[in-house]
Design a protein around this ligand. Sequence first.
Ligand code: SAH
Ligand code: SF4
Length: 371
Amino acid sequence: MTDIKKVNLLGLSPDKLIEFFESIGEKKFRATQVIKWIHQKGAESFEEMTDVSKALRAKLEQICEIRGPEVVSQNISSDGTRKWIIRTEGGKNDCVETVLIPDGDRATLCVSSQVGCSLDCSFCSTGKQGFNRNLTPAEIIGQVWIAIKSFGPMDPNGPRRVTNVVMMGMGEPLMNFEPVVDAMILMMHDHAYGLSKRRVTLSTSGVVPKIYELVKRTDVSLAISLHAPNDALRNELVPINKKYPIAELIESCQHYLANLPDKRHITIEYTLMFGVNDNEEQAYELAELLKVLECKINLIPFNPFPHSGYEKPSNNRTRRFQRILADAGYTVTVRTTRGDDIDAACGQLVGDFHDKTRRSQKYIELREVNS
Ligand code: SAH
Ligand code: SF4
């Protein structure tokens, strides 16, 4: 007899969990009980669920499971940053990374959505890896689960171990739409992690049609990876711009904000690369471009990785760029690198695994030929 594949309850959104319980002839409220056990108390087995009848526990044991992703390694940096390498179900090298960055009374978790990425931005090491596969909802929410559990048994009345989530790890979240939406719903749901919609942020390089879809499904905060003040340069750095140019992207952001129930802003991410997109004229051009959008700007000095071909600007250049935007009236932050001793910065994720993929190999060979 072959084993029936058990349903992993970890990744089911509240609605899907209700559907599941109804499909096995059980009452709705069971879904609420189970969701709290999994996401607030960290249960890994049905045995622990003491307010669920023995008979139902035995039934659940037969047909479902609670299975978090496999942790290959966990590192804790001297500054408190924690990093996990997680093996997804695809195979030996299908790994992604999750990073937790504490900062005062905040702790921001950077979550991955795909193994690799198909969008091939020129300065991104994940892009160089090519696309391997999408994460399942359980693998996405499982990153939050693992991060909280790393502090000991989960306690819904204890201190919050994760206060903010940013979908800024590996992958383009809008290219893995349904699983990402399900996981974000769990992050914000009162019976699960209960994070405020202002503290869950999706970052996208600009998959415009999906931005219109997103606002119909959730009201998370939105960050846009812009990186250039005009289409000519953005086409080079962020190839999806050729399909959805800046004007269309800005329009989709305006629509997103207009359709939220509350007043919010877009976060514009701008990775500064020396001599590429960091000169004064480009700062003025960016200030002009963004006039029509309610936004804050986050400058990210480029994080180098082998064979990238880019360099980060000096602190002076970064500050000059920041000042021009600030003088034009924008709120501008500069992202500081954290977790340096464990390679936890943007664009440095799962370094060891990158070199094993085809696109990366081709890229390295090309660079070597040209050098
Ligand atoms: N795919 C999504 C989310 C993941 S990337 C997106 O592109 O928005 C998260 C952020 O890190 C993006 O703003 C991305 O442009 C930036 N990034 C990627 N590689 C980087 C590098 N080497 N240095 C600095 N920032 C980088
Ligand atoms: Fe993909 Fe984002 Fe990297 Fe671009 S920056 S290749 S969209 S992960």
